[in-house]
Design a protein around this ligand. Sequence first.
Ligand code: OGA
Ligand code: MN
Length: 286
Amino acid sequence: MITFEPIDAPLGAVVTGVDPTAEPTAELVDALADGLLTHGVLVFRVGPIQPDQFVRLGRAFGELEILPEPDKRHPDHPEIFNLTNVKADDNIAEFDDPQSVFLRGTERWHTDSSFRQLPCLCTMLYAVEVPATGSTTEFADMVAAFEGLPPEQQAELSSLRLVHSYEYSRANNPGKLTPMDDAERAKFPPVSHPWVRHHADNRRSLYMGGHASHIEGRDIDAGRAAIAELTEQVTTDDVIYAHHWRQHDLVVWDNRTTLHRLRRYDIANQRRVMRRITVANNHPVT
Ligand code: OGA
Ligand code: MN
């Protein structure tokens, strides 16, 4: 039987009674979708999951996104994104190698694929190999963050929209990346979303993060400063769950209501191999 054991943190639950390598049933998908709404982050401490099993699990939830960055797609399963600091020759990429620079970009608070007109529902990240210490991923509850704001600030933010852009967030990675080709760039023009999202269950949450470039219709630099300031203001310990990875952990998070970031670790010396799939959402952001 599937159970959700809430983690001793503001969000997150450990899921037991599920074999992610088995053919997913409709009941399982419903239960997990409910669990995701309730807990924001679901942690499975499981065993090896093969790439085809991983894709099957993700597909049971909906269409899977194909991410920008073609060189990071799994060769047999383009829906799987290989997030790894290990190079093809099995050496660890240097700190300033574009492969590491890209990964270090996830150290900024963000929500996945907010640069799309229809951003994703959830991300599933599976640990193939993780360092013995460090490389924690933090998740911040943006429903609680919104609810904690004074009513005047809630009202002001609710009247604004943010422009999200992949080109912007990529240009702000902490180092030099291999340039994106024109065809890939053309696929991801900037989009705008409300700063405050409304969910089907009447909750509201802040929607921002590293892909958010500026406030629509406002001075660009002032908007950037306001986004940075609010992010700093609301990402306090009382809304955060810090996940300390073990090999074969599978973590699924709700990108509609949470922000996440990788915490810094010794990326130039410690191997970290993760596989990610991203479940699309066909509901517009409201
Ligand atoms: C991601 C991400 C953080 C991590 O996969 O979207 O932000 O800890 N990952 O690898
Ligand atoms: Mn991410």
